[in-house]
Design a protein around this ligand. Sequence first.
Ligand SMILES: Cc1cc2nc3c(=O)[nH]c(=O)nc-3n(C[C@H](O)[C@H](O)[C@H](O)COP(=O)(O)O)c2cc1C
Length: 389
Amino acid sequence: MSDCKKMEMLQRYPCVSDLRELARKRIPHIAWEYLDCGTGDEHGIDRNLQRMSEVSLVPRFMLGELTPDLTTTLFGRRYNAPFGVSPVGLSGLMWPGTEHILAAMAAKYRIPYGLSTVATQTPETIGPIAGDMGWFQLYPPRENALRDDLLKRAKDNGFNTLVVTADVPLSSRRERTTRAGLRMPPKITPRFVYEALTHPSWTVHTLSAGLPRLRSLEKYAESKDLGALATFAGQSMGGTLSWDYLKEVRDIWDGPLVLKGVLHPDDADEAIAIGVEGIQVSNHGARQFDGAPGAIDSLPVVAERVNGRTAVLFDSGVRSGLDILRALALGADFVLLGRSFIWGVAALGSAGGDHTAEILMADLKVNMVNLGCETVEQVKQNDTVALGA
Ligand SMILES: Cc1cc2nc3c(=O)[nH]c(=O)nc-3n(C[C@H](O)[C@H](O)[C@H](O)COP(=O)(O)O)c2cc1C
């Protein structure tokens, strides 16, 4: 994208919330509800956002001209910004080719892209596109042979960081998605046909790319049928995670290992004892347990306990550069975003990944300077941060 085009896009869609509104109009109801939903009565989504908005940072002035520098180092690797893309399963349902688009964006902007175990594309396809910016997310397979093979495929295809998701001991009910009629495989109902006709751009792209498939798992389930694969994923993954299992993964995975979904400081201690390099504070974007605290409330508690022994990563409820700044000031070394990037792609197709990164970088820079910081390190050392009461 030329600089002129970038400016024009930033004027038209300056915020992630603009992308969300556009995405809502561009994709069918079923895909929207799958992406947007939480679980239960969905108080958790609002809690994440509300508690995030209540974090205040007291700025310092009179510092002369400040030039913000977003670069940061994590696990010995240099990134152009302290944020990246959190893994999102079935991304291709929201917009065909989402994994390609976001992996290419990550390689270009030099920020990490997390590929989900239940993505619609394989590590073999996405790894080379992400280059050295690929992270792989593992839902723990019950069968060791399957697990080891998946990890080998990730490693062989350039994914350098493994993110093990802790916070799905059982699939949550996600009632809104069920109500919307999402079935595996998708059922062709009159509503489905109506939605396809009223979202022609999505439909044309989906028809040319083919219906979304859980491609990474097809090898093991020996099927390409989405229904069979969803059942296979449900039966063969999840519910198995324990500290012993994480120890096994630690032994197998030669590279940075992150435990994602930590909310309790004692869990951070256990993971550190096993030898992880990163603790990711997250409540899965409020999709798993509606009774969980706002993720941002858990961040300083966990960060204080970790106390520099590993990196602290954070996601859930991040919608802007300012939110990234808030999380850094509260103890995160690195911040991930799930829905925001998918809204970007659903809203703007192939330009959506880049534009989301542009929004976040611009907003982070301007807020860093307004806080009185030039570097990510200075933000992390900021001692004038307050969580709302
Ligand atoms: C549609 C959707 C699918 C997701 N799939 C996965 C997944 O496959 N693996 C995983 O670890 N987390 C998954 N997550 C959670 C995200 O990685 C991340 O924790 C969450 O989206 C962060 O909250 P945010 O959406 O408010 O940024 C998913 C989230 C969404 C919205």
